[in-house]
Design a protein. Sequence first.
Length: 177
Amino acid sequence: MACGHLRELELSAAVRRGDAVEIVGLDQDPDSIEVAMELARRLNCRVLAHTASIKAVIKRSIPLAEFDLVYAAGLFDYLDDKVAALLLARMLEAARPGGRVLIANFVPDIPDVGYMEACMDWYLRYRTERQLRDLLEQVPTELQGEARTLHDPDQNIAFLVVTRGQGPSTHRSRRGL
Ligand SMILES: C[S@@+](CC[C@H](N)C(=O)[O-])C[C@H]1O[C@@H](n2cnc3c(N)ncnc32)[C@H](O)[C@@H]1O
């Protein structure tokens, strides 16, 4: 979700091994999608890309289902709690039972916040690990398996990892992209 340039493809052990992985990237910015597709071509990796807003995911306009992993690294900091919880629920719907969902969020009071806001005019919605976990209160419980939070070594970013529960999947196919 909001894959940007999808740079993590270069770090993926599966991609490096040449495993037959299939990755679907979604971003509202067509230029970023083009960069991501160029990287995928260079790495000989199968990527389906979709230029769309997460609004389409929230409205269930894009069929997504049965993924091993659904993640957003660099999106939830832009979303208020209501939209964040809705998107988290849709991401869990898109994972297969037992699959995982990962979201990331900058935490409050990071050393760079003054520079980001004063010099870059970059205002984010900061969340603690606890606040990330609290989003699950607005997510149907049948979608939720085990949940845990963690943070990066420099303690700038919090992560929430949730295993998809056994609840029904809304969409049966990931095709249509
Ligand atoms: C900070 S970048 C993160 C990109 C990538 N995950 C990374 O780590 O480099 C944020 C991305 O979110 C995308 N984005 C922001 N709001 C969006 C929305 N409502 N729907 C889809 N993409 C969105 C932007 O186009 C941008 O590529």
